[in-house]
Design a protein around this ligand. Sequence first.
Ligand code: HEC
Length: 142
Amino acid sequence: MKRWLVRLGCILVAALVAIQFVPVQRTNPRVESDVQTSPELKAIFRRACYDCHSNETVWPWYSHIAPISFLVANDVKEGRRELNFSGWDQYNEQRKARKLKEIVEQIEENKMPQWYYILMHPDAKLSQSDKEIILKWAKQLS
Ligand code: HEC
């Protein structure tokens, strides 16, 4: 029994070592433009959204350790695809309007930032007044 446990442990460790060699994309493409907002709102977005919704991602230490790195890189990839503040000016009016509506939904339903992100970035938690500032901006423009 004990020998099997040791073998299982060795296999697990070997697997963990092996997956470290799987390449992970952790790139920050060039910032073409940035969404124009008040400095107050920009600070909120930077604090709570930019790691996944801009080209200015701060990659944390655990984003270098598989398998967590796969999850982080995937969140950033999907997040940028859905909404990228670094490319906001390239969206046409229709697309901007749709994104603004989605932002309102995400904030009103407390879906963003995700709970697991807040766990690792406590200062990303949005206060009631943060949410009101975001909603006011998004509703005013849409
Ligand atoms: C940890 C990464 C992460 C953070 C931080 C984050 N998002 Fe997201 N966001 C995602 C991912 C991944 C998706 C796409 C998948 C999904 O909808 O869950 C997404 C989707 C969205 C969408 C599109 C939703 C739809 O209708 O499909 C909006 C709008 C959005 N996020 C806004 C925000 C705002 C605003 C913030 C900051 C207050 C924020 N997000 C913070 C990762 C993140």
